[in-house]
Design a protein around this ligand. Sequence first.
Ligand code: NAD
Length: 492
Amino acid sequence: MPSANGELLNYVNGQWQRSSAATIPVHNPASNAVIATVALSPAAEVDEAVRLAQAAFLGWRATPVVDRVQPLFRLKMLLEENLDAIARIITEECGKTYAESVGEMRRGIENVETACGMPSLIQGTNNEDIASGIDEHMFRQPLGVVAAITPFNFPGMIPFWFLPYAVATGNCFILKPSEKVPMTSEKIFQLLDQAGFPPGVLQLVNGGAETVNALLDHPMVRAISFVGSTPVAKYVYQRATANGKRAQCQGGAKNPVVIMPDADMETTTRIMGDSAFGCAGQRCLAASVAITVGGAKNPFTEAMADVASSRTVGYGLDSGVQMGPVITTESKARIESLIEKGAAEGAQVLVDGRQKKVSGYEDGNWVFPTILNDVNPGGEIARTEIFGPVLSLMHAKDIDEAIALVNNRAFGNMACLFTRDGAVARKFRYEADAGNVGINIGVAAPMAFFPFSGWNESFFGDLHAQSRHGVEFYTQTKVVVERWPLEWSRQF
Ligand code: NAD
Protein backbone atom coordinates (compact mmCIF):
# COMPACT_ATOMS: atom_id res chain seq x y z
CA MET A 1 0.00 0.00 0.00
CA PRO A 2 1.44 3.38 -0.89
CA SER A 3 0.16 5.25 2.19
CA ALA A 4 1.87 4.49 5.47
CA ASN A 5 -0.12 5.69 8.52
CA GLY A 6 -2.15 8.01 6.33
CA GLU A 7 0.97 9.79 5.05
CA LEU A 8 0.97 10.14 1.29
CA LEU A 9 4.13 9.12 -0.50
CA ASN A 10 6.01 10.32 -3.53
CA TYR A 11 6.32 8.01 -6.56
CA VAL A 12 9.84 8.11 -7.99
CA ASN A 13 11.45 5.71 -10.45
CA GLY A 14 8.59 3.24 -10.11
CA GLN A 15 8.83 3.14 -6.28
CA TRP A 16 6.71 4.68 -3.53
CA GLN A 17 8.97 6.80 -1.32
CA ARG A 18 8.48 8.61 1.96
CA SER A 19 9.63 12.23 1.96
CA SER A 20 12.05 13.35 4.64
CA ALA A 21 10.10 16.62 5.01
CA ALA A 22 7.52 17.61 7.59
CA THR A 23 3.91 16.86 6.70
CA ILE A 24 0.75 18.97 6.66
CA PRO A 25 -2.81 17.68 7.13
CA VAL A 26 -5.27 17.09 4.28
CA HIS A 27 -8.87 17.88 5.24
CA ASN A 28 -12.30 16.79 4.10
CA PRO A 29 -13.85 20.23 3.45
CA ALA A 30 -17.33 19.00 4.38
CA SER A 31 -16.26 18.18 7.94
CA ASN A 32 -12.71 19.49 8.32
CA ALA A 33 -11.72 16.03 9.55
CA VAL A 34 -8.08 15.19 8.80
CA ILE A 35 -8.09 12.42 6.18
CA ALA A 36 -4.37 12.14 5.33
CA THR A 37 -1.07 13.94 5.69
CA VAL A 38 1.26 15.03 2.91
CA ALA A 39 4.89 16.10 2.86
CA LEU A 40 6.20 19.34 1.40
CA SER A 41 9.09 17.74 -0.49
CA PRO A 42 12.35 19.72 -0.38
CA ALA A 43 14.61 20.66 -3.30
CA ALA A 44 16.88 17.64 -2.80
CA GLU A 45 13.96 15.26 -3.40
CA VAL A 46 12.90 17.21 -6.50
CA ASP A 47 16.49 16.91 -7.73
CA GLU A 48 16.45 13.13 -7.27
CA ALA A 49 13.15 12.80 -9.15
CA VAL A 50 14.39 15.00 -12.00
CA ARG A 51 17.69 13.11 -12.34
CA LEU A 52 15.96 9.72 -12.39
CA ALA A 53 13.50 11.03 -14.98
CA GLN A 54 16.37 12.31 -17.07
CA ALA A 55 18.03 8.88 -16.83
CA ALA A 56 14.81 7.25 -18.09
CA PHE A 57 14.46 9.73 -20.93
CA LEU A 58 16.90 8.27 -23.47
CA GLY A 59 15.23 4.86 -23.41
CA TRP A 60 11.73 6.33 -23.47
CA ARG A 61 12.30 8.72 -26.37
CA ALA A 62 13.77 5.83 -28.39
CA THR A 63 10.67 3.72 -27.71
CA PRO A 64 8.53 3.81 -30.88
CA VAL A 65 5.50 6.05 -30.49
CA VAL A 66 3.20 3.11 -31.28
CA ASP A 67 4.65 1.37 -28.21
CA ARG A 68 4.65 4.52 -26.07
CA VAL A 69 0.85 4.81 -26.39
CA GLN A 70 0.19 1.20 -25.28
CA PRO A 71 0.34 2.07 -21.53
CA LEU A 72 -2.11 4.90 -22.25
CA PHE A 73 -4.61 2.44 -23.75
CA ARG A 74 -4.22 0.33 -20.57
CA LEU A 75 -4.54 3.47 -18.44
CA LYS A 76 -7.82 4.36 -20.16
CA MET A 77 -9.26 0.97 -19.14
CA LEU A 78 -7.88 1.24 -15.58
CA LEU A 79 -9.40 4.71 -15.19
CA GLU A 80 -12.79 3.42 -16.41
CA GLU A 81 -12.65 0.45 -14.03
CA ASN A 82 -11.67 2.69 -11.09
CA LEU A 83 -13.93 5.64 -11.93
CA ASP A 84 -16.13 5.19 -8.87
CA ALA A 85 -13.17 4.89 -6.48
CA ILE A 86 -11.42 7.95 -7.92
CA ALA A 87 -14.62 10.02 -7.89
CA ARG A 88 -15.17 9.19 -4.20
CA ILE A 89 -11.63 10.34 -3.36
CA ILE A 90 -12.12 13.59 -5.30
CA THR A 91 -15.35 14.32 -3.42
CA GLU A 92 -13.74 13.43 -0.10
CA GLU A 93 -10.79 15.79 -0.41
CA CYS A 94 -12.11 18.47 -2.80
CA GLY A 95 -15.76 18.72 -1.72
CA LYS A 96 -17.57 18.65 -5.06
CA THR A 97 -20.50 16.29 -5.56
CA TYR A 98 -19.99 12.69 -6.67
CA ALA A 99 -21.60 13.46 -10.08
CA GLU A 100 -19.23 16.41 -10.54
CA SER A 101 -16.26 14.20 -9.64
CA VAL A 102 -17.32 11.58 -12.20
CA GLY A 103 -17.80 14.38 -14.74
CA GLU A 104 -14.30 15.75 -14.22
CA MET A 105 -12.76 12.30 -14.61
CA ARG A 106 -14.63 11.82 -17.90
CA ARG A 107 -12.88 14.95 -19.21
CA GLY A 108 -9.55 13.63 -17.93
CA ILE A 109 -10.05 10.24 -19.63
CA GLU A 110 -10.93 12.07 -22.85
CA ASN A 111 -7.39 13.50 -22.87
CA VAL A 112 -5.90 10.03 -22.44
CA GLU A 113 -7.97 8.85 -25.41
CA THR A 114 -6.87 11.83 -27.51
CA ALA A 115 -3.17 11.28 -26.73
CA CYS A 116 -3.56 7.62 -27.82
CA GLY A 117 -3.64 9.10 -31.33
CA MET A 118 -0.05 10.31 -30.95
CA PRO A 119 1.31 8.25 -33.87
CA SER A 120 -0.74 10.57 -36.11
CA LEU A 121 -0.54 13.72 -33.98
CA ILE A 122 3.25 13.76 -33.80
CA GLN A 123 3.76 13.44 -37.54
CA GLY A 124 6.03 16.01 -39.12
CA THR A 125 5.93 17.56 -42.57
CA ASN A 126 8.15 17.30 -45.61
CA ASN A 127 8.75 18.56 -49.14
CA GLU A 128 10.52 16.67 -51.89
CA ASP A 129 12.72 18.65 -54.26
CA ILE A 130 12.89 22.00 -52.46
CA ALA A 131 15.74 22.32 -54.95
CA SER A 132 16.61 19.74 -57.54
CA GLY A 133 17.42 16.47 -55.70
CA ILE A 134 17.13 18.08 -52.25
CA ASP A 135 14.41 17.15 -49.76
CA GLU A 136 13.39 18.86 -46.51
CA HIS A 137 11.73 17.22 -43.50
CA MET A 138 10.41 18.48 -40.19
CA PHE A 139 10.40 16.00 -37.28
CA ARG A 140 9.05 16.50 -33.77
CA GLN A 141 11.35 15.37 -30.97
CA PRO A 142 10.58 15.35 -27.23
CA LEU A 143 12.17 17.87 -24.87
CA GLY A 144 13.33 15.67 -21.97
CA VAL A 145 12.01 16.12 -18.42
CA VAL A 146 8.86 18.24 -18.11
CA ALA A 147 6.74 19.09 -15.06
CA ALA A 148 3.18 20.14 -14.23
CA ILE A 149 1.98 22.03 -11.16
CA THR A 150 -1.76 21.75 -10.61
CA PRO A 151 -4.51 23.45 -8.51
CA PHE A 152 -6.97 22.07 -5.97
CA ASN A 153 -10.22 22.39 -7.90
CA PHE A 154 -9.89 19.58 -10.48
CA PRO A 155 -7.47 17.08 -8.92
CA GLY A 156 -8.52 14.29 -11.29
CA MET A 157 -8.86 16.13 -14.61
CA ILE A 158 -6.13 18.76 -14.73
CA PRO A 159 -3.09 16.43 -14.50
CA PHE A 160 -4.48 14.77 -17.66
CA TRP A 161 -4.44 18.07 -19.57
CA PHE A 162 -0.67 17.49 -19.65
CA LEU A 163 0.47 13.99 -18.64
CA PRO A 164 -0.79 11.94 -21.64
CA TYR A 165 0.59 14.37 -24.24
CA ALA A 166 3.93 14.72 -22.44
CA VAL A 167 4.64 10.99 -22.23
CA ALA A 168 3.15 10.00 -25.59
CA THR A 169 5.47 12.51 -27.27
CA GLY A 170 8.42 10.83 -25.50
CA ASN A 171 9.08 13.05 -22.48
CA CYS A 172 9.42 12.05 -18.85
CA PHE A 173 6.86 13.81 -16.66
CA ILE A 174 6.80 15.03 -13.05
CA LEU A 175 3.52 15.98 -11.34
CA LYS A 176 3.40 18.33 -8.35
CA PRO A 177 -0.28 18.27 -7.34
CA SER A 178 -1.98 20.77 -5.04
CA GLU A 179 -1.08 20.01 -1.44
CA LYS A 180 -4.76 20.57 -0.58
CA VAL A 181 -5.91 17.55 -2.66
CA PRO A 182 -3.02 15.08 -3.01
CA MET A 183 -5.01 11.86 -2.49
CA THR A 184 -6.46 11.80 -6.02
CA SER A 185 -2.95 11.88 -7.51
CA GLU A 186 -1.90 9.01 -5.28
CA LYS A 187 -4.78 6.92 -6.66
CA ILE A 188 -4.00 7.94 -10.25
CA PHE A 189 -0.33 7.00 -9.80
CA GLN A 190 -1.33 3.60 -8.42
CA LEU A 191 -3.07 3.07 -11.76
CA LEU A 192 -0.14 4.51 -13.75
CA ASP A 193 2.04 2.01 -11.92
CA GLN A 194 -0.15 -0.81 -13.25
CA ALA A 195 -0.36 0.63 -16.78
CA GLY A 196 3.19 -0.43 -17.63
CA PHE A 197 5.26 2.74 -18.01
CA PRO A 198 8.99 2.15 -17.48
CA PRO A 199 10.39 3.41 -14.14
CA GLY A 200 11.26 7.12 -14.18
CA VAL A 201 8.89 8.09 -17.00
CA LEU A 202 6.28 9.32 -14.53
CA GLN A 203 7.10 10.80 -11.13
CA LEU A 204 4.87 12.20 -8.38
CA VAL A 205 6.44 14.75 -6.05
CA ASN A 206 4.16 16.21 -3.39
CA GLY A 207 4.80 19.64 -1.96
CA GLY A 208 4.21 23.37 -1.89
CA ALA A 209 6.00 26.54 -2.98
CA GLU A 210 9.52 25.27 -2.17
CA THR A 211 8.91 22.15 -4.27
CA VAL A 212 7.62 24.32 -7.14
CA ASN A 213 10.64 26.63 -6.95
CA ALA A 214 12.98 23.63 -7.13
CA LEU A 215 11.27 22.52 -10.35
CA LEU A 216 11.39 26.05 -11.77
CA ASP A 217 15.12 26.34 -11.08
CA HIS A 218 16.25 22.82 -12.01
CA PRO A 219 18.39 22.97 -15.17
CA MET A 220 17.21 19.53 -16.37
CA VAL A 221 13.52 20.50 -16.36
CA ARG A 222 12.77 21.71 -19.87
CA ALA A 223 9.12 22.76 -19.66
CA ILE A 224 6.62 23.80 -17.01
CA SER A 225 2.84 23.49 -17.24
CA PHE A 226 0.96 25.34 -14.52
CA VAL A 227 -2.68 25.83 -13.56
CA GLY A 228 -3.71 27.98 -10.59
CA SER A 229 -4.38 31.56 -9.51
CA THR A 230 -3.20 34.47 -11.66
CA PRO A 231 -0.55 35.86 -9.27
CA VAL A 232 1.12 32.44 -8.98
CA ALA A 233 0.69 31.73 -12.73
CA LYS A 234 2.46 35.00 -13.54
CA TYR A 235 5.22 34.27 -11.03
CA VAL A 236 5.75 30.71 -12.30
CA TYR A 237 5.80 31.91 -15.92
CA GLN A 238 8.37 34.60 -15.18
CA ARG A 239 10.67 32.36 -13.14
CA ALA A 240 10.44 29.41 -15.55
CA THR A 241 11.08 31.49 -18.66
CA ALA A 242 13.88 33.46 -16.96
CA ASN A 243 15.49 30.04 -16.43
CA GLY A 244 15.17 29.26 -20.15
CA LYS A 245 12.24 26.86 -19.91
CA ARG A 246 9.10 26.65 -21.97
CA ALA A 247 6.08 27.57 -19.90
CA GLN A 248 2.30 27.44 -20.26
CA CYS A 249 0.60 28.95 -17.21
CA GLN A 250 -3.17 29.08 -16.82
CA GLY A 251 -4.45 31.58 -14.29
CA GLY A 252 -7.66 32.74 -12.68
CA ALA A 253 -10.89 34.03 -14.18
CA LYS A 254 -13.95 36.21 -13.78
CA ASN A 255 -16.32 34.95 -16.43
CA PRO A 256 -19.11 37.19 -17.76
CA VAL A 257 -22.32 35.86 -19.30
CA VAL A 258 -24.76 38.03 -21.28
CA ILE A 259 -28.48 37.22 -21.27
CA MET A 260 -30.52 38.71 -24.10
CA PRO A 261 -34.26 39.39 -23.68
CA ASP A 262 -35.08 36.70 -26.29
CA ALA A 263 -33.22 33.95 -24.39
CA ASP A 264 -35.23 30.93 -23.26
CA MET A 265 -35.36 31.89 -19.57
CA GLU A 266 -36.15 28.44 -18.21
CA THR A 267 -33.20 26.80 -19.98
CA THR A 268 -30.92 29.77 -19.40
CA THR A 269 -31.46 29.98 -15.66
CA ARG A 270 -31.09 26.21 -15.24
CA ILE A 271 -27.79 26.25 -17.13
CA MET A 272 -26.65 29.38 -15.29
CA GLY A 273 -27.39 27.74 -11.93
CA ASP A 274 -25.09 24.87 -12.84
CA SER A 275 -22.42 27.22 -14.18
CA ALA A 276 -22.39 29.65 -11.24
CA PHE A 277 -22.97 27.20 -8.38
CA GLY A 278 -21.67 23.87 -9.76
CA CYS A 279 -18.45 22.82 -7.98
CA ALA A 280 -19.44 25.53 -5.45
CA GLY A 281 -18.30 28.12 -7.99
CA GLN A 282 -14.72 26.84 -7.70
CA ARG A 283 -14.31 26.40 -11.44
CA CYS A 284 -12.17 28.55 -13.69
CA LEU A 285 -15.08 28.39 -16.17
CA ALA A 286 -17.79 29.28 -13.64
CA ALA A 287 -20.17 32.05 -14.64
CA SER A 288 -19.43 34.80 -12.14
CA VAL A 289 -21.05 37.89 -13.68
CA ALA A 290 -24.45 37.75 -15.41
CA ILE A 291 -25.21 40.79 -17.55
CA THR A 292 -28.87 41.06 -18.55
CA VAL A 293 -29.83 43.15 -21.56
CA GLY A 294 -33.02 45.28 -21.55
CA GLY A 295 -36.12 43.27 -20.71
CA ALA A 296 -34.14 40.22 -19.58
CA LYS A 297 -33.46 41.96 -16.25
CA ASN A 298 -36.58 41.17 -14.25
CA PRO A 299 -37.39 37.62 -15.41
CA PHE A 300 -33.75 36.51 -15.16
CA THR A 301 -33.19 38.09 -11.74
CA GLU A 302 -36.33 36.51 -10.29
CA ALA A 303 -35.68 33.07 -11.79
CA MET A 304 -32.02 33.07 -10.72
CA ALA A 305 -32.99 33.95 -7.15
CA ASP A 306 -35.23 30.85 -7.14
CA VAL A 307 -32.49 28.67 -8.67
CA ALA A 308 -29.96 29.86 -6.06
CA SER A 309 -32.27 29.47 -3.06
CA SER A 310 -33.45 26.00 -4.04
CA ARG A 311 -30.04 24.37 -4.59
CA THR A 312 -29.44 21.50 -2.15
CA VAL A 313 -26.11 21.96 -0.37
CA GLY A 314 -24.37 19.19 1.54
CA TYR A 315 -21.74 16.46 1.55
CA GLY A 316 -21.07 15.42 -2.03
CA LEU A 317 -21.33 11.68 -1.34
CA ASP A 318 -24.84 12.03 0.13
CA SER A 319 -27.70 11.49 -2.30
CA GLY A 320 -29.61 14.47 -3.66
CA VAL A 321 -26.81 16.93 -2.93
CA GLN A 322 -26.29 19.49 -5.72
CA MET A 323 -23.47 21.55 -4.25
CA GLY A 324 -20.65 20.87 -1.80
CA PRO A 325 -18.50 23.02 0.50
CA VAL A 326 -15.65 25.34 -0.47
CA ILE A 327 -12.15 24.05 -0.05
CA THR A 328 -10.87 25.59 3.23
CA THR A 329 -11.98 27.69 6.17
CA GLU A 330 -9.74 30.49 4.81
CA SER A 331 -11.49 30.27 1.46
CA LYS A 332 -14.91 30.50 3.16
CA ALA A 333 -13.79 33.58 5.12
CA ARG A 334 -12.39 35.22 1.96
CA ILE A 335 -15.61 34.59 -0.02
CA GLU A 336 -17.75 35.96 2.81
CA SER A 337 -15.62 39.08 3.07
CA LEU A 338 -15.94 39.63 -0.70
CA ILE A 339 -19.75 39.37 -0.41
CA GLU A 340 -19.53 42.04 2.30
CA LYS A 341 -17.31 44.16 0.06
CA GLY A 342 -19.83 43.87 -2.80
CA ALA A 343 -22.57 45.11 -0.50
CA ALA A 344 -20.34 47.97 0.66
CA GLU A 345 -19.81 48.91 -2.99
CA GLY A 346 -23.56 49.25 -3.47
CA ALA A 347 -24.78 45.77 -4.48
CA GLN A 348 -27.95 44.27 -3.02
CA VAL A 349 -27.40 40.82 -1.44
CA LEU A 350 -30.43 39.28 -3.14
CA VAL A 351 -29.72 35.72 -1.96
CA ASP A 352 -27.34 35.47 1.01
CA GLY A 353 -25.42 32.20 1.43
CA ARG A 354 -23.49 33.25 4.52
CA GLN A 355 -23.99 31.90 8.06
CA LYS A 356 -25.43 28.59 6.83
CA LYS A 357 -24.88 25.13 8.26
CA VAL A 358 -25.48 21.62 6.97
CA SER A 359 -26.94 19.26 9.53
CA GLY A 360 -24.47 16.51 10.46
CA TYR A 361 -21.57 18.50 8.95
CA GLU A 362 -21.57 21.56 11.19
CA ASP A 363 -17.78 22.05 10.91
CA GLY A 364 -17.72 22.12 7.08
CA ASN A 365 -16.74 25.10 4.95
CA TRP A 366 -20.26 26.06 3.89
CA VAL A 367 -21.11 29.02 1.71
CA PHE A 368 -24.55 28.60 0.09
CA PRO A 369 -25.43 30.05 -3.34
CA THR A 370 -25.35 33.83 -3.20
CA ILE A 371 -26.56 36.51 -5.62
CA LEU A 372 -25.32 40.08 -5.61
CA ASN A 373 -27.68 42.30 -7.61
CA ASP A 374 -26.80 45.61 -9.28
CA VAL A 375 -23.08 45.14 -8.80
CA ASN A 376 -21.14 48.33 -9.40
CA PRO A 377 -19.28 47.81 -12.72
CA GLY A 378 -16.51 50.16 -11.55
CA GLY A 379 -16.06 48.41 -8.18
CA GLU A 380 -13.63 45.75 -7.05
CA ILE A 381 -16.21 42.95 -6.98
CA ALA A 382 -16.89 43.37 -10.70
CA ARG A 383 -13.27 42.39 -11.40
CA THR A 384 -12.06 40.21 -8.50
CA GLU A 385 -12.16 36.43 -8.82
CA ILE A 386 -14.32 35.27 -5.89
CA PHE A 387 -13.92 31.52 -6.60
CA GLY A 388 -17.02 30.60 -4.64
CA PRO A 389 -20.78 30.21 -5.27
CA VAL A 390 -21.44 33.91 -5.80
CA LEU A 391 -23.12 35.29 -8.93
CA SER A 392 -22.96 39.04 -9.56
CA LEU A 393 -25.75 40.63 -11.62
CA MET A 394 -25.31 43.71 -13.82
CA HIS A 395 -27.74 45.21 -16.27
CA ALA A 396 -27.14 46.78 -19.69
CA LYS A 397 -29.45 48.62 -22.08
CA ASP A 398 -28.23 46.90 -25.27
CA ILE A 399 -25.73 44.35 -26.63
CA ASP A 400 -23.03 46.99 -27.20
CA GLU A 401 -23.15 48.10 -23.58
CA ALA A 402 -23.15 44.44 -22.49
CA ILE A 403 -20.08 43.60 -24.61
CA ALA A 404 -18.31 46.67 -23.23
CA LEU A 405 -18.97 45.29 -19.71
CA VAL A 406 -17.75 41.82 -20.80
CA ASN A 407 -14.49 43.28 -22.09
CA ASN A 408 -13.96 45.59 -19.10
CA ARG A 409 -11.77 43.16 -17.12
CA ALA A 410 -8.24 41.84 -17.06
CA PHE A 411 -9.14 38.13 -17.29
CA GLY A 412 -10.10 36.42 -20.54
CA ASN A 413 -10.90 32.81 -19.72
CA MET A 414 -14.53 32.57 -20.87
CA ALA A 415 -17.45 34.70 -22.06
CA CYS A 416 -20.94 33.36 -22.83
CA LEU A 417 -24.15 34.58 -24.40
CA PHE A 418 -27.73 33.35 -24.22
CA THR A 419 -29.94 34.32 -27.18
CA ARG A 420 -32.05 32.97 -30.06
CA ASP A 421 -30.61 35.53 -32.48
CA GLY A 422 -27.80 34.32 -34.75
CA ALA A 423 -26.63 37.81 -35.71
CA VAL A 424 -26.25 38.83 -32.06
CA ALA A 425 -24.45 35.56 -31.39
CA ARG A 426 -22.07 36.15 -34.28
CA LYS A 427 -21.32 39.70 -33.09
CA PHE A 428 -20.65 38.46 -29.55
CA ARG A 429 -18.43 35.61 -30.70
CA TYR A 430 -16.43 38.09 -32.79
CA GLU A 431 -16.05 40.87 -30.23
CA ALA A 432 -15.76 39.08 -26.86
CA ASP A 433 -12.26 39.48 -25.41
CA ALA A 434 -11.98 35.90 -24.15
CA GLY A 435 -10.43 32.72 -25.48
CA ASN A 436 -13.27 30.29 -24.65
CA VAL A 437 -16.70 31.45 -25.82
CA GLY A 438 -20.07 29.80 -25.20
CA ILE A 439 -23.29 30.49 -27.12
CA ASN A 440 -26.23 29.11 -25.11
CA ILE A 441 -23.62 27.20 -23.09
CA GLY A 442 -22.82 27.86 -19.42
CA VAL A 443 -19.41 26.20 -19.10
CA ALA A 444 -17.59 26.49 -22.44
CA ALA A 445 -14.95 23.87 -21.62
CA PRO A 446 -13.06 22.80 -24.76
CA MET A 447 -13.01 19.07 -25.47
CA ALA A 448 -9.58 17.36 -25.31
CA PHE A 449 -9.05 17.74 -29.05
CA PHE A 450 -9.34 21.56 -28.82
CA PRO A 451 -6.93 23.86 -26.95
CA PHE A 452 -8.04 25.26 -23.58
CA SER A 453 -7.74 28.83 -24.79
CA GLY A 454 -7.60 31.27 -21.88
CA TRP A 455 -6.50 34.82 -22.79
CA ASN A 456 -5.14 37.92 -21.10
CA GLU A 457 -4.54 37.55 -17.33
CA SER A 458 -6.01 34.03 -17.50
CA PHE A 459 -3.04 32.66 -19.46
CA PHE A 460 0.68 33.27 -19.74
CA GLY A 461 2.42 31.55 -22.61
CA ASP A 462 1.77 30.70 -26.25
CA LEU A 463 0.65 27.09 -26.59
CA HIS A 464 -2.32 26.04 -24.48
CA ALA A 465 -3.14 22.74 -22.78
CA GLN A 466 -4.71 19.79 -24.62
CA SER A 467 -4.87 18.76 -28.26
CA ARG A 468 -2.27 19.69 -30.90
CA HIS A 469 -1.16 22.57 -28.68
CA GLY A 470 0.00 19.99 -26.14
CA VAL A 471 1.86 18.08 -28.85
CA GLU A 472 3.63 21.26 -29.98
CA PHE A 473 4.38 22.37 -26.43
CA TYR A 474 6.06 19.10 -25.52
CA THR A 475 8.12 18.74 -28.72
CA GLN A 476 10.84 20.67 -30.47
CA THR A 477 10.96 20.72 -34.23
CA LYS A 478 14.00 19.48 -36.08
CA VAL A 479 14.29 20.39 -39.75
CA VAL A 480 16.51 18.25 -41.94
CA VAL A 481 17.57 19.30 -45.44
CA GLU A 482 19.17 16.42 -47.35
CA ARG A 483 20.81 15.63 -50.67
CA TRP A 484 21.43 12.02 -51.79
CA PRO A 485 22.87 12.13 -55.33
CA LEU A 486 22.41 8.88 -57.26
CA GLU A 487 25.95 9.08 -58.62
CA TRP A 488 27.33 8.67 -55.07
CA SER A 489 25.52 5.35 -54.59
CA ARG A 490 27.61 2.21 -54.70
CA GLN A 491 24.59 0.32 -56.11
CA PHE A 492 24.77 1.97 -59.49
P1 NAD B 1 -2.94 28.34 -6.37
O1 NAD B 1 -2.35 29.33 -7.30
O2 NAD B 1 -3.04 28.71 -4.93
O3 NAD B 1 -2.10 26.97 -6.40
C1 NAD B 1 -1.83 26.30 -7.60
C2 NAD B 1 -0.53 25.51 -7.45
O4 NAD B 1 0.54 26.42 -7.22
C3 NAD B 1 -0.53 24.52 -6.31
O5 NAD B 1 0.08 23.33 -6.72
C4 NAD B 1 0.30 25.23 -5.23
O6 NAD B 1 1.04 24.32 -4.43
C5 NAD B 1 1.24 26.09 -6.04
N1 NAD B 1 1.59 27.36 -5.38
C6 NAD B 1 0.77 28.12 -4.62
N2 NAD B 1 1.41 29.22 -4.20
C7 NAD B 1 2.65 29.16 -4.71
C8 NAD B 1 3.80 30.01 -4.63
N3 NAD B 1 3.76 31.14 -3.94
N4 NAD B 1 4.92 29.65 -5.27
C9 NAD B 1 4.97 28.51 -5.98
N5 NAD B 1 3.92 27.65 -6.08
C10 NAD B 1 2.77 27.97 -5.46
O7 NAD B 1 -4.37 27.94 -6.96
P2 NAD B 1 -5.51 27.05 -6.30
O8 NAD B 1 -6.15 27.83 -5.19
O9 NAD B 1 -5.03 25.68 -6.02
O10 NAD B 1 -6.54 26.93 -7.51
C11 NAD B 1 -7.53 27.87 -7.78
C12 NAD B 1 -7.11 28.84 -8.87
O11 NAD B 1 -6.78 28.12 -10.07
C13 NAD B 1 -8.22 29.80 -9.28
O12 NAD B 1 -7.67 31.07 -9.45
C14 NAD B 1 -8.72 29.23 -10.60
O13 NAD B 1 -9.32 30.18 -11.45
C15 NAD B 1 -7.45 28.71 -11.17
N6 NAD B 1 -7.71 27.71 -12.19
C16 NAD B 1 -7.51 28.07 -13.48
C17 NAD B 1 -7.78 27.16 -14.48
C18 NAD B 1 -7.59 27.54 -15.92
O14 NAD B 1 -7.73 26.68 -16.77
N7 NAD B 1 -7.27 28.78 -16.23
C19 NAD B 1 -8.26 25.88 -14.17
C20 NAD B 1 -8.45 25.55 -12.84
C21 NAD B 1 -8.17 26.48 -11.85
